[in-house]
Design a protein around this ligand. Structure first.
Ligand code: NAG
Ligand code: NAG
Ligand code: NAG
Length: 251
């Protein structure tokens, strides 16, 4: 009885908390527009968590500070859209990818994630490609960024990667920040997508010869297993015979 009471009470508590969650969830989203202090992009990303690498790049390239100062200058801009790759996205890069870049390329990489106008999720449906980013020239081979949509799903393609646009971290008339599941690698720096399929070809060749010897190796293993199995079967059979005999003798 007590247990049941406790159970239904905790159920009620959980339901109560679930109802609270959306309300508290709206808090941080509403807070930046309500706060009188200037919008600080790195601070918003820090609050959201899981963007440490992107924040580091925003800081080292000073693009983050430029954004913050441009956002505080209310007249001179149409706002910004930022595609923020998660730490997982950066972890998915081939090791050493960031270290290979010059400081200028790192800055271009960060700028490539920024569109100089605030775009809402619904506006992505009608946007015209290629989209111009802060990295500049959106000609093919340079810094083209295309938005593709399928239903409510928005993707951005660069000619090198096709990234999924996930939830909005910030969305108001001046600043839209979206989480993306991949680092947007621009064509101008990461060039032909050829290096990606290239390692696959040797990989495909390697398993063929390696499979053949392993296959022939497995044959003797199998036959010894068969010997062991037949041995086990024989000992089992003799046990059964012995047991039956024992049973008969007892009778
Ligand atoms: C923005 O916030 C970050 C971290 O919270 C801080 O280091 C930086 O100084 C701030 N920038 C400006 C311009 O206020
Ligand atoms: C982006 O879209 C434009 C216009 O549709 C197209 O010409 C171009 O090839 C596309 N680029 C990429 C990288 O998808
Ligand atoms: C969007 O990108 C993800 C990878 O991040 C991919 O799995 C998915 O197929 C893409 N969707 C479209 C419509 O291109």
């Amino acid at each position: 009885m007590k247990g049941q009471l406790l159970l239904s009470f905790s159920c009620a508590a959980i339901i109560f908390l679930l109802h609270l969650a959306p309300i508290t969830g709206q808090g941080p989203a509403g807070a930046p527009s309500a706060s009188p202090s200037p919008t600080n992009v790195t601070a918003i990303l820090e609050k959201a968590g899981q963007f440490t690498t992107f924040i580091r790049l925003l800081k080292s390239s000073q693009v983050g500070d430029q954004l913050t100062s441009q956002l505080s200058n209310k007249k001179s801009n149409q706002g910004f859209t930022i595609f923020a790759p998660t730490d997982n996205a950066f972890a998915g890069l081939k090791s050493g990818t960031l270290n290979m870049l010059s400081d200028q390329q790192k800055t271009q990489l960060v700028q490539f994630h920024i569109i100089p106008s605030a775009i809402s999720l619904t506006q992505f449906q009608t946007i015209s490609n290629p989209v111009r980013t802060q990295a500049g020239n959106s000609d093919n081979g340079q810094f083209p960024l295309n938005v593709t949509t399928s239903g409510n799903q928005v993707n951005v393609t660069t000619g090198v990667v096709n990234a999924r646009v996930d939830n909005a971290i910030s969305s108001n008339s001046k600043l839209a920040i979206y989480q993306v599941d991949q680092v947007l690698l621009p064509l101008a720096i990461f060039g032909t997508p050829a290096p990606a399929p290239a390692p696959e070809t040797p990989k495909k060749v390697v398993p063929v010869p390696s499979r053949a010897p392993s296959g022939s190796e497995s044959a003797p293993v199998d036959s010894s297993d068969a010997v062991a199995n037949s041995f086990n079967a024989r000992t089992l059979a003799s046990c059964v015979v012995a047991a039956t005999l024992g049973g008969v003798l007892l009778l």
